[in-house]
Design a protein. Structure first.
Length: 337
């Protein structure tokens, strides 16, 4: 059972520090063997995981254009290999083709969440089955479960160091009690875009529960999760965060707001290398098909963009990257090399 409502609390906005997800298009799935039937099933499963990760939402699994490609998943990959983990379990590693998937998503008019994503600080406490409470660190078993869940949904994250200053700023009792003022003070120590805070515990029904919130862009989103295992609980926790963030940052390719010839003016261009860096940056953004120079006047260029999505959606990601900025009273954007 989950509760996932958005409350506006006017939280202190954290400085943007987006991270690039370097392995966004790589998916691993557990398989029993390497025979052809298992291989086909594994590729289809990897494809479905890729749909959710790239779009940021499980709703992509219901898109008819995307779902009917599952039996043809092999046509959208660049490579495939196998590996065994420390326990000897076999995994299929699949690398998907970004260009092929973006074309497919545009045909499906489905949202695409690019490699630039908000970074999140994980402020979590756990009560073990023995009743001991502790702050969750990355090197613990719980930390490994959380890290795997965040990776599954393509969410950049960091754990706090829990040094002496951290422990003074946010004592375990205050983290467990979810005292928001102390949690915000702790979050301000770390260069992230937001944070997930909460507590995990074994409940009376022999399952596990999570209660906490996702805090980003001035919004606090309460998250309540129950599950049979710790791994299941933290995966749903990460999934809820991804669903919320992708609603803000994913660009719906091929949507009705797409535009050819959308123009912007950008100042702060101090030479050809600066212009080329700007062009390369914009060309790599999800939702921008093409960038053309219309005019150059001193340190300002006018660019024509061929958009496959809504500019406001695209701008949210650009703003998160801190590569371009708006200035009061000026219609131009400014390049920040």
């Amino acid at each position: 059972m989950r509760i996932f409502a958005v409350l506006l609390f006017g939280l202190i906005a954290l400085s943007a520090h987006s991270a690039t997800v370097t392995d966004l298009y790589r998916v691993s799935v557990a398989v029993e063997n390497q025979n052809s039937d298992t291989r086909a099933a594994g590729l289809a499963e990897a494809y479905r995981k890729m749909l959710v990760r790239l779009s940021g939402t499980s709703a992509s699994l219901n898109n008819e254009t995307l779902s009917r490609e599952a039996p043809r998943a092999e046509t959208h990959i660049t490579s495939m290999s196998y590996h065994r983990d420390e326990s000897g379990a076999l995994f299929m590693d699949v690398n998907f083709n970004p260009a092929s998937l973006r074309t497919l998503f545009e045909m499906a008019q489905a949202p695409v969440w690019g490699t630039s994503r908000p970074s999140l600080l994980l402020l979590l406490a756990v009560e073990t089955e023995s009743g001991e409470r502790q702050a969750l660190i990355q090197t613990s078993e719980w930390g490994e479960w959380v890290a795997a869940a965040m990776k599954e949904r393509g969410l950049p994250y960091i754990f706090p160091s829990w040094d002496l200053e951290d422990e003074i700023t946010l004592p375990l009792s205050r983290l467990w009690g979810q005292f928001e003022q102390d949690i915000r003070a702790m979050a301000e120590r770390y260069p992230t875009d937001g944070y997930i805070s909460g507590r995990l515990w074994a409940n009376a029904d022999s399952g596990w529960s999570f209660a906490g919130s996702l805090n980003h862009a001035g919004e606090s989103v309460p998250v309540r999760v129950e599950g049979a295992t710790p791994e299941a609980v933290v995966l749903v926790m990460a999934s809820e965060a991804a669903e919320s963030l992708s609603a803000r940052y994913a660009v719906t390719a091929g949507g009705g707001a797409a535009a050819n010839g959308f123009q912007i003016q950008v100042g702060g261009i101090d030479g050809f290398s600066s212009y080329r860096a700007l062009q390369d940056y914009l060309s790599a953004r999800v939702g921008i098909r093409d960038v053309r120079l219309m005019n150059a006047d001193q340190d300002t260029v006018t660019l024509s963009l061929n958009l496959s999505g809504d500019w406001e959606q695209i701008w949210r990601v650009i703003e998160l990257d801190q590569k371009l900025e708006k200035r009061p009273g000026d219609e131009r954007l400014y390049w920040l090399p």
